[in-house]
Design a protein around this ligand. Structure first.
Ligand code: PMP
Ligand code: GLN
Length: 365
């Protein structure tokens, strides 16, 4: 969809990335690190300053205690952290349970290791997790429950009671939880992010993944990390070192500075995005779409059925040429498109004038 956006000079509300430059002091820190000559390979596990900053961040926001020497590994984005964790922890014939819709990488990486992804659907309008569906998905082959909260593409945020239900299943069946929390700070209204590793009995079986891309609005830097028990993190590192080995030395130094920004800077991110969520939600509703309430992330999911549309894939393929806007069909985040044939994901993480222009263009539909 991004390629189509470029081809037709369309406004890209498909791929989730902000169209602003990122925090000034973080960008300056990257430039300064380059000028200081911090341009050679970092340690595979990540530069010490960043590993310390990641642990301090987990302590500050969630009270999680981690050892920077053994419980964190820096990766080329959350993507490499997730792929490495799946290769490290899952084998051929195993099953990975994931909330459906799921971020597309989960299925691709599972298939890569010969495992299969078992979807547990969360459905419109409120995208809540039904614990009975989760229980029914567990088999003797289940190895990992792969969570994503705040959730792409729906903007759902798993509540404490939903997380407790997941924890109960994980403990009962001795499963590892791999949790993708890249949108941990991009929360709207009064939503609270609860890391599942903070629930009783979960720290020892949870690998948590996050990314500076989302937290610091620098998606192109591809600096992410995994944290968790030393024996699991060692396994993730053991795979990651054969993927990229290491990446982004000056960026790692700058992200360390960024993670130390004061609390209010993190809160501001959610507040600013919330106003954009509202702008896009209201605008799409005015156009006649049914728009589901997004509680977090860069995204809003809309249903285009009220416009007389029947297939979001066709709709999104033709949208850049028709009106000069790109969006993503939610079908691509599902194992089966049944029931979501007309859902479309729009990114709200753009400047207000860009969102307004996109809405104006969509009026031509
Ligand atoms: N997980 C989710 C849910 C995402 O939306 C994304 C992409 N934004 C990633 C992982 C990948 O993050 P990164 O760009 O840090 O690799
Ligand atoms: N995570 C972003 C999204 O969901 C983009 C990442 C990608 O394009 N691979 O839109």
């Amino acid at each position: 969809m991004s390629a189509l956006a470029v081809q037709y000079d369309a406004i890209n509300l498909g791929q989730g990335f902000p169209d602003t430059p990122g925090p000034r002091e973080v960008v300056d820190a990257a430039v300064a690190a380059m000028h200081r000559g911090q341009n050679q390979y970092p340690p595979a596990v990540g530069v010490p300053a960043l590993r310390e900053a990641i642990c301090a961040h987990q302590q500050r926001f969630y009270g999680i205690e981690l050892d920077p020497a053994s419980q964190v590994v820096v990766c080329a984005g959350a993507s490499e952290a997730l792929s490495s964790a799946l290769v490290a922890l899952v084998g051929a014939g195993d099953e990975v349970i994931a909330l459906e819709p799921f971020y597309d990488l989960y299925q691709a990486a599972s298939v890569l290791v010969g495992a299969s992804l078992v979807p547990v659907r969360i459905s419109a309008p409120d995208f809540r997790l039904d614990p009975a569906l989760l229980r029914a998905a567990v088999t003797g082959r289940t190895k990992v429950i792969l969570l994503n909260s705040p959730h792409n593409p729906t903007g759902a945020v798993l509540s404490r009671s939903e997380l407790e239900a997941v924890a109960a299943v994980a403990i009962e069946h001795d499963l590892i939880v791999l949790t993708d929390e890249v949108y941990e700070h991009l929360l709207f209204d009064d939503e609270v992010h609860v890391p599942i590793s903070t629930l009783p009995g979960m720290a020892e079986r949870t690998v948590t993944v996050s990314s500076a891309g989302k937290t610091l609005s620098v998606t192109g830097w591809k600096i992410g990390w995994a944290t968790g028990p030393a024996e699991l993190i060692e396994k993730v590192l053991g795979v990651k070192q054969w993927f990229s080995f290491a990446s982004g030395t000056p960026l790692q130094h700058a992200v360390a500075i960024g993670l130390e920004l004061p609390d209010d800077r993190f809160a501001t991110m959610g507040r600013e995005l919330q106003a954009k969520r509202d702008l896009l939600t209201d605008g799409l509703r005015e156009l006649g779409m049914e728009v589901y309430h997004s509680k977090a992330t860069y995204f809003v999911t809309a249903d285009i059925a009220p416009l007389g549309e029947t297939d979001s894939l066709e709709f999104c393929r033709s949208l850049p040429a028709r009106v000069g806007v790109a969006a993503v069909p939610n079908q691509v985040f599902h194992a089966s498109p049944e029931g979501v044939e007309t859902q479309v994901r729009f990114a709200c993480c753009k400047r207000d004038e860009v969102l307004a222009d996109a809405l104006l263009r969509l009026r031509k539909l």
